[in-house]
Design a protein around this ligand. Structure first.
Ligand code: UD1
Length: 329
């Protein structure tokens, strides 16, 4: 059993536990001796993400829109990690009402189910999207939220619900604002998937990538196992209750440089194709992680080179054995 970050809970619920981040988190909790209930509707999650450790978990095939199902899934759980969401920004733009039922009402259901179940703590996945296109960098938690999409509104509202549950009911809620998360099990299947998963799958297939704009725009890419550690620390740190934390690395990578590094890993000389910038694309995004460092004791461990290499290995082995090759934490 892993003892680096001890988890003071014997049973936890992970919503979206079969998804990209949720499955890594579920695996890490199992490795620390915590019994996990995974609630997932398998709309973007996949059972193959749980291969190898599904004996240690209970899977509830269902939806966070169903409060009574959530209530029974949360029964006996001391901690809840809320990862389920409509994660595609464009999907929330196309369907602002339907996605709000999942992202906003669903988050409220998770908080309410946790309260009724008598859980101590709820850690919710928020997003750097709440900062919108504010050009000031690095992003600090004290900056005002400026949602630019339904997705960002959902995440900002979810944080506010979490704050209210903390203040009104004493539920220990923590919101984690993820920056650009990457790693094994990230699905490259949609044009709106994370840029790293898209570039790696293009490289693996020997295809040129598309760079939107001049490629000088930059992001703060964080490896999934560091995001998992942030969740474990958020669950285990008493002083985190009621807080909001940026979860990034504080380092930047420009999109053009990203492709050059991937091309080198893949041993390809393919040049990117440049297209017009995406509407609403943010030029600069990087986290100030001082608050997470000082309150949670969080510090990202995986360098970008290591994370990219591990993720490339996973993509290169892609296909039939996906999931089984993912890292343990
Ligand atoms: C990410 C999140 C989004 C969140 C936002 C907050 C993902 C998938 N999306 O969006 O949920 O609202 O942060 O800041 O993590 N790009 C290319 N070619 C491609 C794909 C992307 O050049 O084939 C560029 C994009 O134009 C963008 C950059 O790569 O400049 C990153 O794109 P993407 O991975 O989609 O993430 P964000 O737009 O940062």
């Amino acid at each position: 059993m892993k003892a680096d970050i001890p988890i003071p809970y014997s049973r936890a619920l992970v919503t979206g536990g079969a998804g990209f981040i949720g499955s890594h988190l579920t695996q890490a909790l199992c490795e620390r001796g915590c019994r996990v209930v995974v609630l997932d509707n398998f709309s973007s999650g996949n059972r193959s993400n749980l291969a190898g450790f599904d004996d240690d978990i209970e899977i509830v095939d269902g939806d966070i829109r169903d409060l009574s199902l959530l209530e029974s899934a949360a029964d006996g759980c001391e901690a809840v990690f809320h990862q389920a969401a409509v994660v595609s920004v464009p999907q929330t733009v196309e369907d602002p009402v339907g996605s709000a039922l999942v992202n906003e009402t669903g988050t409220l259901h998770v908080l309410e189910a946790a309260r009724r179940a008598g859980a101590a703590r709820v850690v919710i996945a928020s997003s750097s999207a709440v900062y919108g296109d504010d050009p000031h960098v690095p992003k600090r938690e004290s900056m005002p939220v400026r949602p630019m999409s339904p997705y960002a509104v959902h995440k900002a509202v979810g944080e506010q619900h979490a704050d209210v549950y903390h203040r009104l009911y004493g539920l220990e809620t923590v919101s984690l604002r993820y920056f650009n998360v990457y790693g094994p099990r990230q699905d490259p299947g949609s044009p709106y998937s994370g840029v790293i998963s898209i570039f790696l799958s293009r490289a693996a297939a020997g295809l040129r990538p598309v760079i939107f704009g001049d490629g000088k725009q930059y992001r703060d890419f964080i490896y999934v196992s560091d995001v998992v550690k942030a969740n474990l620390l958020a669950a285990a740190t008493t002083a985190a209750a009621g807080g909001r934390f940026n979860i990034g690395t504080g380092e930047i990578t420009r999109i053009r440089e990203l492709w050059d590094r991937i091309a080198e890993l893949a041993g390809t000389g393919l040049e990117p194709e440049f297209q017009a910038p995406r509407a609403g694309d943010i030029v600069a995004s990087v986290a100030d992680i001082d608050r997470a460092r000082s309150v949670l004791g969080f510090s990202p461990r995986t360098t970008f080179s290591t994370g990219l290499r591990k993720t490339w290995q996973w993509f290169a082995e892609a296909g039939q054995e996906r999931g089984r090759h993912a890292d343990s934490h």
